[in-house]
Design a protein around this ligand. Structure first.
Ligand code: NDP
Length: 514
């Protein structure tokens, strides 16, 4: 787990801080501290047994024609659509996000991605010819073979969408999936598994293993054929090393520190709306959250006052209590403590708290939406992932300065540019060191399954989503076959001086020096 030590300043915090039993996970509602359930931990032997069961199911599933796989995965999709209200409620309770966020940021992207890939899988995974420019007497093509069992290890901030999309994509590609949810939010994937089984998908094709880090480590060791990991950079490194030891491919979706560059010519109303949503949605617990703003001095004050006015209107509270709420609870007590510490250090170093800057008094794990100005690049708040509802703002003199500060980071997942000048927006976007850059928008491309989701630098390796992301779930095999059947190729035996001279002549003819 990323983040710092446990605090005991509220009843919910005290409950969360109580020692956890060895053999099970105790799950509490972050908004109230109420007990939601307990889940048995899978030890290494149980993990191996589930991987073996998944493999047995996969061997049959791989022979199911793609059109049939797609039809059945769409059946699972239908059950998700029918159960969307209940799933949103489960997310609200266990994760602390609002029901609108549960729908907009978890269920809709999952349902849309499954629909997109199910409709396109047959075409995307069909053999792909490779035109050969020299070997005209032969032909090549790629064909895509399921890898086998895909291990999916996921984080607590999007406990439904990330593992559900990966599991469905794995199944479309002919694989089984074994999902290890975060210990903080294990319940919702058990609900998804129940719906998977009810939908007519082969039950053993999706397995859930629950537990702490040791269960994730056991999954990587249990004979899986690929690992898709979402979590912190520190754990990602350990997972990559373990996958390297076994020589299995791994995709790493790690932390982010998304900068937003606000140019002097930005539409300030849209920019303020985007930044407020981009920083506080999901209580800021999004790898793509706006984590630092570099705003041109000429519009700094105006932008800050718009951001302030909009943030003041946000309603925070228990999303499951019945009323309308914009900002929910923070999912994990330890993350809240980490946010408190970062803000305190920023304030001590000279940042000004315009709004918020504290844990909300009373029950539950809430941190007030917080706006900071006078931030400096060397503050931890501008360098380390916050992963909480905090918007740090820094004034800059030019777009070039903003760009160089934005790129001065170990992380490179998302980046944002705000300007009315479309050409300039694209030029700046192309120079930002991030896997995805959005101009005049934030967060949203996670919901566009056609586009890749991939981090640069220490934000990740490989990609999920996108047509290539589906193909990555297969072994890409190359077949080269004859077009014209010659008795022998010109470079075969016997060798001679004559063959050498003839080959040299041909070489100089083909690649005539300029
Ligand atoms: P962690 O790295 O702490 O945990 C991620 C998962 O790995 C959890 O299921 C965890 O289990 C498991 N795990 C822990 N140790 C090991 C191990 N040695 N081997 C295998 N698995 C292990 O991350 P968080 O859960 O705290 O998630 C927050 C982070 O995730 C943030 O940095 C965020 O930016 C990032 N993230 C990135 C996304 C992206 O798409 N790039 C999307 C969402 C989040 P357990 O929880 O039980 O310890």
């Amino acid at each position: 787990m990323s983040a710092a030590s446990t605090s005991t300043s509220t009843p919910a915090a005290a409950a969360a801080a109580a020692p956890e039993p060895e053999s099970r996970l105790v799950v509490r509602a972050p908004a109230t501290g109420a007990l939601l359930g307990e889940v048995a931990i899978d030890d290494a032997a149980a993990v191996r047994a589930k991987v073996a069961a998944a493999r047995a199911a996969q061997l049959q599933w791989a022979h199911t024609p793609l059109a049939e796989r797609a039809r059945r995965v769409l059946g699972f999709r239908d059950v998700l659509v029918r159960s969307a209200r209940e799933l949103a409620g489960a997310l609200e309770r266990e994760n602390g996000k609002t029901r609108v966020e549960a729908l907009a940021m978890e269920l809709t992207p999952s349902i849309d991605a499954i629909t997109y890939f199910a409709r396109r899988a047959e075409q995307l995974l069909a053999p792909q010819p490779i035109p050969l420019h020299l070997y005209k007497h032969r032909k090549s093509y790629l064909h895509f073979v399921p890898r086998g069992v895909v291990g999916v290890i996921s984080a607590w901030n999007f406990p439904l969408s990330i593992p559900t999309i990966e599991a469905a994509m794995a199944a479309l590609a002919g694989n089984a999936a074994v999902v290890k949810p975060s210990e903080v939010t294990p319940l919702v994937m058990l609900e998804v598994k129940r719906l998977w089984d009810a939908s007519g998908m082969p039950p053993d094709l999706l397995q859930i293993v629950n537990g702490r880090g040791a269960t994730g480590a056991a999954l990587v060791e249990a004979g899986i054929d690929m690992c898709i990991f979402t979590g912190s950079t520190a754990t990602g490194r350990r997972v990559a090393a373990a996958c390297g030891e076994r020589l299995i491919p791994c995709v790493l979706e790690l932390g982010g520190k998304a900068p937003a560059i606000v140019c002097a010519d930005a539409d300030l109303e849209r920019t303020a709306n985007a930044l407020v949503w981009g920083a506080f949605a999901n209580s800021g617990q999004v790898c793509a959250s706006v984590e630092r703003v570099y705003v041109h001095a000429s519009v700094h004050d105006e932008l800050c006052s718009r951001i302030l006015a909009k943030t003041r209107k946000l309603r925070q509270g228990d999303p499951a209590a019945g009323g309308d709420v914009d900002v929910g609870a923070m999912t994990w007590e330890r993350q809240l403590t980490h946010v408190e510490e970062l803000v305190a250090r920023a304030q001590a170093a000279g940042a000004k708290i315009l709004l918020g800057g504290r844990r909300r008094p009373g029950v539950g794990q809430f941190y007030e939406p917080t706006v900071l100005t006078d931030c400096k690049q060397d503050m931890d708040i501008m360098r380390r992932e916050i992963f909480g509802p905090v918007l740090p703002i820094m004034k800059v003199d030019s777009e070039e300065q903003a760009l160089s500060l934005a790129n001065d980071s170990q992380l490179g997942l998302l980046g944002y540019v705000f300007t009315r000048d479309k050409k300039k927006g694209r030029r700046l976007a192309e120079r930002l060191e991030a896997g995805t850059v959005m101009v005049n928008d934030v967060l949203a491309t996670f919901g566009a399954p056609e586009t890749p989701w991939a981090g640069l630098k220490q934000s990740g390796l490989g990609r999920t989503h996108s047509d290539d992301g589906l193909r990555d779930m297969c072994q890409t095999r190359h077949v080269n076959h004859d077009r014209l059947a010659l008795a022998r190729d010109p470079w075969w035996y016997p060798y001679s001086q004559k063959v050498f001279e003839r080959s040299l002549k041909l070489l100089r003819l083909l690649y005539r020096p300029r």
